[in-house]
Design a binder for this molecule. Structure first.
Ligand SMILES: Cc1cc2nc3c(=O)[nH]c(=O)nc-3n(C[C@H](O)[C@H](O)[C@H](O)COP(=O)(O)O)c2cc1C
Length: 334
């Protein structure tokens, strides 16, 4: 079990924040497939304090998603303090601070991964945010700015000393971006020195990857990002594999039901037109499958995608999804 402050997370398999994907509907989907904790995507502390409506909506969540971590992005102490109070008042269970975003405009502004280059400012920020809220407080970091300035252990120390309740570590440097290759040794070393739970993150695409990260490092939890996009059932497989030593791929009917549930939720959350438009990128991932999807290499996927991304109405799109799966099942392609 993973304990973050006062919150007990029974299944220590965490859905990573992925901007543009991990909205309220997707968070509900992965909570229902076994993720023990979900995050909002990064939320600009400044925009939140300004009362920007779109920004506020990123924070909205439903009881089925709980516990939810609201992730803040910023570098100004007063703004982050105020934003963390607004997020708490908005019902966040956990406040998380982003120390990993590599986007050019973000780091140019001194936020995200740029904070790794300013450990003294980071310390100040953590001290003041910690004073401002009593709910659990976490950080999500990369292992450093670049290979020569890798300072994840310093960040772990600063977090430990200043009342942070858990730390998630994406095992790449900022300059590495998303290039292949994670630094497992950094996680092993971080777990050794940390008194607070460490959550490992990076390149988990299968239940075996999750188990391997836990076995090698002894981390308290693992966080899965891209591997779960279009593959939300990955969480169920990880739960099964770690509890029973085996897992099965989901039935096609399960995938169909999840897709339909997901699109109905998006339509309800955003309104039909916008919900369908936003669902398209998920649909592409669902139909392409991944290493743990029975849809990988599916014969009719590209025809289906081409037709589905032009659909306007909810019921016609659901009908198209149904017929895609029927065709698949008829062809014995299970
Ligand atoms: C499109 C995209 C958007 C992301 N958005 C966020 C974000 O909002 N906040 C954050 O902390 N990390 C964000 N990340 C990083 C992921 O949370 C995660 O750390 C990273 O993808 C490594 O995990 P993975 O290999 O399992 O995907 C994003 C990654 C991608 C690919």
């Amino acid at each position: 079990m993973l304990k973050i402050g006062t919150i007990e997370i029974k299944q220590p398999y965490v859905m990573a924040p992925i901007a543009g994907y991990t909205d309220s509907p997707y968070r509900r989907i992965v909570r229902s497939t076994g993720a023990g904790l979900v995050y909002t995507e990064l939320i600009s502390a400044e925009a939140l304090v300004r009362g920007n409506k779109k920004t506020k909506m990123l924070m909205e969540h439903t009881p089925e998603e709980k516990p939810v971590a609201v992730q803040l992005l910023g570098n100004n102490i007063d703004t982050l303090v105020r934003a963390s109070q607004i997020a708490r008042d908005g019902g966040a269970d956990i406040i998380d601070l982003n120390l990993g975003c590599p986007a050019r405009n973000v780091v140019a502004n001194g936020s995200g991964a740029a904070l790794l280059k300013k450990p003294e400012l980071l310390r100040e920020i953590l001290i003041e945010m910690r004073k401002a809220i009593t709910i659990p407080f976490t950080v999500k970091t990369r292992i450093g700015w670049d290979e020569v300035s890798k300072n994840v252990l310093q960040v772990v120390d600063i977090a430990n000393e200043n009342g942070v309740d858990a730390i998630a570590i994406h095992l790449r440097t900022k300059t590495q971006g998303f290039k292949k290759g994670i630094d497992m040794q950094s996680l092993i070393d971080a777990v050794k020195i940390s008194r607070i739970p460490v959550i490992g993150n990076g390149d988990i695409l299968s239940p075996l990857d999750a188990k391997s990260m836990i076995d090698q490092s002894g981390c308290a939890g693992v966080m899965i990002g891209r591997g779960a996009i279009g593959n939300p059932w990955l969480f169920q497989m990880i739960v099964d594999y770690l509890q029973k030593g085996t897992y099965v791929l989901p039935a096609l009917s399960t995938i169909r039901d999840i897709m339909i549930k997901h699109i109905r939720m998006m339509s309800a959350f955003y309104g039909e037109q916008k919900g369908i438009k936003l669902f398209r990128k998920h649909l592409v991932h669902y139909s392409k499958g991944g290493p743990v999807s029975p849809l990988t290499g599916a014969k009719y996927s590209s025809d289906f995608r081409a037709a589905a991304v032009t659909m306007e109405g909810l019921e016609p799109l659901i009908h198209l999804i149904d017929s895609f799966f029927d065709r698949f099942l008829e062809a014995g392609n299970v």
